[in-house]
Design a protein around this ligand. Structure first.
Ligand code: ADP
Ligand code: ZN
Length: 741
């Protein structure tokens, strides 16, 4: 009998598919099943990609050790999707297949459900002879409350030994039952009175606006057509995009197909999932890395068993094992969080589009500030383009005032954090009992500590960045490697004893607001305050129920939340991100400002906004203040085209790390030279030291590959790495990078 030869993806970076023989005693291995295979001296868990491969010539072929799943673990389409990701992002198939699985499954563990044993009376118990007192008590308990779990019986005073003996005598039976570990419960989704509880959720019957109706009609037709299409829904903040998603999802599930909903942040999953849960009941699952491993496992298997019509999750949910997908929604499609910043460096939105093509489904990208990529694809006709230009009930967008902080500094000194204007607006809100949000996209108390004598600033010993002062913790900290230390008494460079702080972060804003408005109820949201799971959801719930007057935070507070009582949005230093050496700096700033300004005035009272900046004339700040997306898009596209950056050009960013900057530069130069030879028609720019030239004790050199043919560009990089395998572990290849610093 000829034996089965399979090709397998194994989770080893940069390794291609491998062939193995399946000994006939193991049975048949299907596409998508996991197998244990020998690799060198190790045993690894791989995934079958091709169940009838042909044996490679002249290579010795080894045997599969074990078929872990008798049936496909990953649906075949998800296998194909992962293979595309592995190839496109130059990562190799195994790494991409691994992210399509829940964590325990990657380690080769068999599915592990949590079970309980429920006790019930057996027939004999009714007529049985009288037993001892303990057994009688146990039988009485089960008579009143049949189906108690063993644990519950113990809590009611019935010992395990008693139960065992009743089981042995055939008087009680134990039934094993799977308990779902339910992330909805731990996220508070179904809790009465919570912001996203079922009662609070708006119902299916309210009238849509004319714009919503038109957009929905079009989208329904496209979804029903049963072939692939991508549509961009550009809707201003508060225009009711979520309602469109919900109704469209209803049409798709009514037609017997399933829906995938991607959101950028873990913090937004419970909000969006709650809305879907309220409309679609239990046939909704969530998938994201913030779930416990058990919850993730159970949710994944519910999806895999076909018990779910709608999956809501962050980027990795794009690999959810759903079948018959008819619609993939990517909410806030412009958000950088869709990009995974480790191997495989995939972009959730772009993978969603590829999946929609594989599934012959509709991909719907929604945003108030579409990425340059999506907006230009829409303008060039590659995506359909739909717009919602007005807010619900024609509520006006916030009235924006721009404060030039150079004047403020001239008048009141360089120490000013809250401008006169912003402080006055805040005070009005507090008097009227309305809410405010204040954005500063930098955490900590002071962003630099420097010596007044020699001017040196305190840098992280492991990274080329200044240390941030955290007042509550009384420490200075590195935001890249988490190094922390007490502030020294003297300057390390000159011994001077006058160390001063400058620059400010969210912690300082909180301090200022509390000092100025002692009775205000203030909450702060940044990575320092919401370390613990569920902490963000808790603060947002407090804001939602009106227990917070002023919400201060980093970009986390800008996204997606719908708080009708917020009437003031303040931006403390609108230009924080503009100084970064990144070609997306202006786009990020524009998006962040537009999003945060969009938080104000979503209820009955109109909104106001104050934007503090040192560069009131910068086009990103002007366009955001005027809420003029088209103006921004034109300027920014011009800039990208003239400097050959995406979306005008395809871009691959390559970092080479080394023990010293000289070493990193020399290796990067060698690699760049090889890439140039392999791809004469593309352009290779660099190498140069990276903007952050040292992170975690590693020096980083960087070069760009630019051109119009991505595949050729990627293959040139891969060939160069094949010639220098010693550099593979020190090289990061980022295809379509979101950030290049
Ligand atoms: P976006 O996501 O576009 O910023 P949302 O979907 O959050 O906007 O909608 C803004 C607010 O308007 C929400 O409170 C939502 O419940 C409400 N809303 C949406 N559609 C309607 C409608 N047709 N009638 C009344 N209220 C609506
Ligand atoms: Zn550091």
């Amino acid at each position: 009998l000829p034996s089965q030869i399979i090709s397998v993806g194994v989770p080893v970076p940069g390794l291609g598919l491998l062939s193995y023989r399946v000994p006939s005693r193991l049975g048949e291995a299907f596409k998508g099943a996991r197998v244990s295979v020998p690799l060198g001296h190790r045993v690894v868990t791989g995934c079958v990609v091709d169940p009838c491969a042909s044996a490679p010539d002249n290579a010795e072929i080894r045997d599969v050790l074990q078929i872990i799943d008798p049936e496909p673990f990953l649906p075949p389409r998800v296998v194909d999707l992962a293979l595309w990701v592995g190839a496109y992002y130059a990562a190799g198939p195994g790494d991409a297949l691994a992210i399509a699985m829940p964590p325990a499954a990657r380690r080769g563990e068999r599915s592990a459900f949590r079970t309980v044993q429920r006790a019930e009376l057996a027939g004999a118990a009714q007529a049985g002879p009288p037993r001892g007192a303990r057994q009688r008590a146990a039988l009485d308990l089960l008579r009143i409350r049949p189906g108690l779990t063993l644990q519950e019986c113990v809590r009611q005073g019935v010992g395990v030994a008693t139960m065992r003996s009743l089981v042995r005598h055939g008087l009680v039976t134990l039934r094993e039952e799977i308990v779902e570990r339910d992330p909805f419960a731990s996220a508070g989704v179904d809790q009465p009175g919570s912001l996203w509880s079922v009662e609070a959720a708006p119902d299916d019957r309210r009238a849509l606006t004319a714009e919503q109706t038109a957009v929905l009609r079009q989208l329904r037709d496209w979804a029903a057509a049963g072939h692939y299409r991508t549509a961009l829904l550009h809707g201003v903040t508060g225009s009711g995009k979520t309602e469109v998603y919900l109704r469209l999802a209803r049409a798709v599930t009514d037609a017997g197909r399933r829906v995938l909903v991607l959101v950028p942040e873990i913090g937004l999953t419970p909000v969006v999932a709650g809305l879907f849960r309220a409309r679609f009941g239990l046939r909704v699952a969530i998938q994201h890395s913030g779930l416990s491993e058990g919850e993730r496992h159970d949710q994944w298997h519910r999806i895999r068993r076909g018990e779910v019509d709608i999956v809501v999750g962050t980027r990795s949910a794009v690999f959810a094992p759903l079948e018959r997908v008819g619609l993939i929604i990517v909410d806030e499609e412009h958000d950088a969080a869709y990009k995974q910043e480790e191997t495989p460096r995939y972009h959730g939105r772009d993978v969603a589009i590829v999946r929609a093509r594989l599934e012959a489904a509709l991909a719907l990208l929604g945003s108030a500030t579409p990425s340059l990529e999506s907006a230009s694809n829409a303008r060039r006709g590659r995506y359909a383009h739909l717009v919602l230009t007005r807010r619900i009930f024609d509520r006006p967008l916030a009235d924006v005032e721009v404060v030039d902080m150079r004047r403020e500094y001239a008048a009141h000194g360089a120490d000013v954090v809250l401008s006169e204007r912003l402080a006055a607006r805040l005070e009005e809100r507090l008097e009227r009992g309305e809410q405010s949000v204040l954005l500063l996209n930098r955490r900590g108390f002071a962003s630099v500590i420097f010596c007044r004598q020699c001017g040196a600033s305190l840098e992280c010993p492991h990274c080329s960045v200044a240390l941030t002062y955290h007042r509550a913790a009384r420490r200075m900290r590195c935001h890249y490697c988490n190094y922390a230390a007490a502030v020294p008494a003297r300057c390390g460079a000159c011994g001077g004893e006058y160390l001063e702080q400058s620059g400010f972060g969210t912690e300082r804003i909180e301090h200022e607001v509390r000092a100025r408005f002692p009775t205000a109820r203030v909450a702060r949201v940044d990575r320092d305050t919401i370390r613990r799971r569920g902490a963000l959801a808790r603060v947002l719930r407090e804001v939602g129920r009106g227990a917070v007057d002023v919400l201060i935070g980093t970009q986390m507070i800008a996204k997606g939340h719908d708080f009708p009582a917020v009437t003031l949005a303040g931006v403390i230093a609108a230009d924080v991100g503009l100084g970064l050496a990144d070609f997306r700096a202006a786009e990020r700033t524009f998006q962040l400002l537009t999003q945060v300004l969009g938080r104000a005035g979503r209820g009955d009272a109109p909104g106001q906004a104050v934007v503090q900046t040192l560069y009131p004339d910068h086009y990103a700040i002007r366009a955001a203040a005027a809420q003029d997306y088209d103006a921004f898009f034109r300027r920014e596209l011009e800039f990208r085209s003239s400097l050959h950056y995406p979306p005008a050009t395809a871009l691959i960013n390559v970092f080479v790390k080394g023990r010293s900057l000289e070493r990193a530069m020399a290796d990067a130069l060698d690699l760049a030279t090889r890439v140039r030879q392999h791809q004469p028609q593309g352009r290779v720019i660099g190498p140069a030291p990276a903007a952050l030239s040292k992170i975690k004790d590693e020096y980083r050199a960087q070069f760009f590959v630019k051109g119009s043919r991505r595949t050729a560009m990627r293959e040139a990089v891969q060939r160069a790495l094949e010639e220098r395998p010693d550099l593979r572990r020190r090289t990061v290849v980022d295809v379509d990078p979101i950030s290049v610093i």
